[in-house]
Design a protein around this ligand. Structure first.
Ligand code: 5GP
Ligand code: ZN
Length: 114
C-alpha cells in the first residue's frame, strides 16, 4: 500500500524516530506528541481500520499491546501508569488509515477522553 504513510514508515521510505521493530510490528515517536511519551505501534501488515481486522490477524493486537508494555517500561512508566488508545474511523478520531496503538504517558491522563 504505497500511498499509506505508515506503510512507508514501516518500510523506512520516509523518516520517523523508530523505537522498536521486528518482523511483525514497528514502533516510532508520534510527530505531534500529546504527552511527554507518545509513541505509535503499528503492524507491518496494512490493515485500514479495526473494522478490517480478520480473526486470523487478531493475535497481532496482542503482540502490539505487549510491545507497548515493553516501551512503557523502557520509558519508566510501569508504576506511574500510561494509556494505550486505538481510534477507529471518523467519530473515533482516526486520521491515519493503517491501524495503530498510541502509547501515551508521562503526565496525568483524564477521563472521559475528549
Ligand atoms: P490517529 O489520529 O489516526 O489515531 O493517529 C494518527 C497519529 O499519527 C497522530 O497522532 C499523528 O500525529 C501521527 N502522525 C501522522 N503522520 C505522521 C508522520 O508522518 N510521522 C509520525 N511520526 N507521526 C505521524
Ligand atoms: Zn499502511
Amino acid at each position: 500500500m504505497m500511498s499509506c504513510i505508515f506503510c512507508q514508515i514501516a518500510n523506512q521510505e520516509i523518516k520517523a524516530e523508530l523505537t522498536y521493530q521486528d518482523h511483525l510490528v514497528v514502533a516510532f515517536k508520534d510527530l505531534a506528541p500529546q504527552a511527554p511519551v507518545h509513541q505509535l505501534i503499528i503492524p507491518r501488515l496494512h490493515i485500514k481500520t479495526l473494522n478490517d481486522l480478520k480473526q486470523e490477524e487478531s493475535s497481532l493486537i496482542g503482540h502490539m499491546v505487549y510491545i507497548a508494555q515493553q516501551l512503557a517500561s523502557e520509558n519508566k512508566l510501569t508504576d506511574r501508569g500510561y494509556r494505550i488508545v486505538s481510534n477507529c474511523n471518523s467519530e473515533g478520531g482516526q486520521n491515519v488509515f493503517h491501524i495503530h496503538l498510541h502509547l501515551l504517558g508521562g503526565r496525568q491522563m483524564n477521563w472521559p477522553p475528549g
